[in-house]
Design a protein around this ligand. Sequence first.
Ligand code: NAD
Length: 318
Amino acid sequence: MAARLLSGTETSKQIQAELLPQIEELKRAGVIPCLAAVLVGDNPASQIYVRNKMRACEKLGLHSEHITPPTSSTTAELVGLVQELNRRDDVDGILVQLPLPPQVDTQQVLLAVDPAKDVDGFHPMNVGALVSKRDALRPCTPAGVMELLRRHGIDPEGQHAVVIGRSDIVGKPLAFLLLHAHATVTLCHSRTRDLPAMARTADILVAAMGRTAYVTPEFVRPGATVIDVGINRIDDPALAEKLFARHPQRLEKFRQKDSALMGDVHPDVVEVAGALTPVPGGVGPLTIAMLMVNTVAAARMRRGQAAAAQRSGVAAAT
Ligand code: NAD
């Protein structure tokens, strides 16, 4: 039987609709939350990500500011820019789109972001708060995965969660969030021995590696929940024919567009898993929804509505 598809598109809409009363309340107090996005250079994927984030702000009636320093920017210039955004009272959230150009020290730039405005949850203070299970701004993609599970009635408590990928942005923070939700967690990576065997022990399997269709049915215990975080673009027709051999509709779509988005999970996993997030339309939309949650929560916390923000926004992202 085909896996139940866990739609991120629907869940994302729900989460954003639930934010509207909080945004209205802020507006009544004369505050319109503002997200400032810093996009250095002209990386096409980053441009699309930032555009989608700005659009989400617009739809919710939030302010957004798109700042585009040149590719030649230095670490000092970007730190100076972030510090200026820290000082501005009208800016609630600061997002530095990664990757930054190679001459820039990314850690230094991220460290400069005021933790209270760190809507990506990358600042070491927020990372520490996450690890020690305190209320804080959570990284959006891992927080989105947790919301997706919760809203689809999948409780990690007592389950074995295997996360493949140990990045600071996805794998590592997600492992802690799953742990806090009482899962038994195994964090796998590129040096893990016999990854398929390890993955097959999972009740909840998360693929966050950036490797197209790497997780094949042999990685998946029948009935397991599979969360596909990967976003990879394929444009090779021979590869598409191979991957979509048993999925004629997806092959047809590929042919119409000459490309397709593909996760880290092989399309055939749908025949083995109990539940599966699609790509596109799975974890991706949740990341944006959680960015909106964090922006509104940051605006509320900075104005002393901390308890309320923690109840409705930040705590919901744990
Ligand atoms: P990353 O490159 O920083 O980390 C990848 C991790 O995967 C590393 O820890 C590495 O050890 C592990 N890995 C790589 N190859 C492996 C292998 N063969 N076996 C086992 N482990 C392996 O990537 P990231 O930033 O964590 O992103 C991962 C994927 O998630 C990418 O496709 C990215 O585009 C996607 N992503 C999606 C969203 C979203 O909103 N859906 C957000 C962030 C990232």
